[in-house]
Design a protein around this ligand. Sequence first.
Ligand code: ZN
Ligand code: ZN
Length: 129
Amino acid sequence: MLSLPANMIRGQTGNMKYPFFAHNSIRNREVITTNHHCELCGREPVETTVHHLTPKELGGSFMPTANLCIPCHKQIHSLYTNRDLVTLGLTDLQSLRADERIIPYLRWIRKQPASSIPRVRKSHQVRKS
Ligand SMILES: [Zn+2]
Ligand SMILES: [Zn+2]
């Protein structure tokens, strides 16, 4: 299954400062897609979440996104601030994979079976990007 509907909805509303009525439906669609492969670590099948390679608040609303497994997505946002992602040029997957701060993590996560990762759902936290 592709997650095209979420992308289309985001495209339609991305320049509207997130009207509240639309926000919940967008989040529900973008939060979890099962049986995907993670575009960062390459494991599959995993649940993926949509990561904006250029953070939305820094102009990335219409820029490319990546489907990342939950540990990869968390790792990125714990290693880098949104501004870091832009100033360090980590706004594409190749650059992210090559960054020295994430390489040790990637070495580790690639050895973890997809099924061993706990299924964590952030139900009430606001997702940053
Ligand atoms: Zn991953
Ligand atoms: Zn993200």
